[in-house]
Design a protein around this ligand. Structure first.
Ligand code: CU
Length: 136
């Protein structure tokens, strides 16, 4: 596991205690109705494109899979293009709510995907997936 995949611990210092407590209480209510794996903050376990992958230009289907369920609606994904412009990509939930999906159109150059996800335990994690689009 590359460190860049999971720099969540810094976020654990984030919200003040009462906010954190409230978040956990409301999430506990949600969890009562959830059937699923044990709670954990989300760690990226698989991605398309893979980190440092070289891919072809054109339509790109992005898929990020985590070790636990995430709230895609409160997670976000940005794509930094070779010219350093940053675009926020609309995301949707994938299989088992542990996958975040998006799409983009890419031309040759170096890109950086930045993800930030909210897991059901109320913790936010984030990371980066750099990749390169080769010339056709
Ligand atoms: Cu956590």
């Amino acid at each position: 596991m590359r460190p860049a995949f999971h720099n969540g611990p810094a976020f654990h210092k984030g919200p003040a205690f009462p906010i954190r407590l409230a978040a956990h209480l409301s999430l506990a209510a949600l969890i009562t109705f959830a059937v699923g794996p044990a709670l954990a903050h989300a760690i990226l376990v698989d991605s398309t494109p893979a980190p440092r992958a070289h891919i072809k230009p054109g339509e790109l289907a992005i898929s990020l899979r985590y070790n636990s369920r995430i709230d895609a609606g409160r997670s976000k994904l940005t794509l930094t293009a070779p010219d350093q412009t940053i675009q926020r990509l609309p995301v949707s939930a994938g299989a088992g709510d542990a996958v975040m999906q998006a799409a983009s159109h890419v031309a040759p150059g170096d890109y950086l995907l930045r993800w930030q996800v909210l897991a059901l335990d109320g913790h936010i994690t984030r990371g980066e997936v750099p990749f390169t689009v080769d010339k056709p």
